[in-house]
Design a protein around this ligand. Structure first.
Ligand SMILES: *Cc1c(COP(=O)(O)O)cnc(C)c1O
Length: 219
C-alpha cells in the first residue's frame, strides 16, 4: 500500500511541489518501502527517532525535522539534517547556527509562522518574523540559511478558514521573498488539507497518514 500511495501522490501533485513523507512512529521497514518506491524526502518530529532511522537507511535520503524543536537536541542531528521546518524562536536559530558551525556546514531552516486560530499550535507571529529577519544579530548567523516559511492550519472542517490561513502565509511569503532572495520554500499542507494548501501556493507538503496509514499513538 505504501508504494501505491507514494506513486499516486507523485502523480497527483504538481511538479513544483515537494512531497515530504512524514514517517514519525513508523518502523524502518515502512520507510524502506517508500524509499524503494522512489521517495527520498522524509519528515520526522523527534530527533532521537530521526537519528536512528538516519543510521539505518540509505544515505541519499533527505531528512527534514518537522516537529517542535528543543534547542538541546539540535546537536544530535546537525551533521545530517537537510531542512528544519519548525523554527519558532531566535534562541533555536542561535543553537542551530552554533551546531552547524561545528560541522562546518550551513543548515537550511524554515521559520514557523502562527497562522491558526488555536492556542495549541506553535509558531511566530508575523511581526516577530519580520523582526528576526531584519535584526543585526540574525545577520551574524553565518551557518544557517532561512529558505522559507512553514505553517499549520487550524484543525477544522471549515475549508474556508483553512484556505484563509494558508493565504495569509502565502502573502507573507511573497512579501518577504522580495527582500530575502533565499526564500524558496513554503511548507504547508498535511494529509487532511494538502489540496487546499497547494491551491494557496504551497510548494512543500508534509504527508503522513495518507501515505503510511494511521499512527497508533500521538507523538
Ligand atoms: C505529523 C505531522 C504532519 C503529518 O500529518 P498527517 O496528518 O499524518 O499527514 C505534518 N506536519 C507536522 C508538523 C506533523 O507533526
Amino acid at each position: 500500500m505504501i508504494k501505491e500511495n507514494i506513486v499516486n501522490f507523485k502523480k497527483k501533485i504538481p511538479e513544483n511541489v515537494t512531497l515530504v513523507a512524514v514517517s514519525k512512529t513508523k518502523p524502518i521497514s515502512d520507510l524502506q518501502e517508500a524509499y524503494d518506491a522512489g521517495q527520498r524526502v522524509f519528515g520526522e518530529n523527534k530527533v532521537q527517532e530521526m537519528v536512528e532511522k538516519y543510521d539505518a537507511l540509505p544515505k541519499d535520503i533527505q531528512w527534514h525535522m518537522i516537529g517542535h524543536l528543543q534547542s538541546n537536541k539540535v546537536k544530535y542531528m546537525a551533521h545530517f539534517v537537510d531542512l528544519i521546518h519548525g523554527v519558532d524562536s531566535f534562541k533555536t536559530l542561535i543553537e542551530i547556527n552554533k551546531q552547524a558551525a561545528r560541522h562546518q556546514r550551513k543548515i537550511n531552516c524554515l521559520l514557523q509562522a502562527d497562522i491558526a486560530n488555536e492556542e495549541t499550535k506553535f509558531g511566530l507571529p508575523f511581526d516577530e518574523i519580520q523582526t528576526i529577519l531584519t535584526s543585526e544579530e540574525f545577520a551574524k548567523l553565518e551557518n544557517i540559511s532561512i529558505v522559507g516559511l512553514m505553517g499549520m492550519a487550524t484543525f477544522t472542517e471549515n475549508k474556508q478558514q483553512i484556505s484563509n490561513e494558508f493565504t495569509s502565509l502565502k502573502q507573507l511569503f511573497v512579501a518577504l521573498k522580495n527582500t530575502h532572495p533565499s526564500f524558496e520554500i513554503l511548507s504547508m499542507g498535511m494529509s487532511g488539507d494538502y489540496e487546499i494548501a497547494i491551491k494557496n501556493g504551497s510548494n512543500m507538503i508534509r504527508v503522513g497518514s495518507a501515505i503510511f496509514g494511521h499512527r497508533n499513538y500521538i507523538l
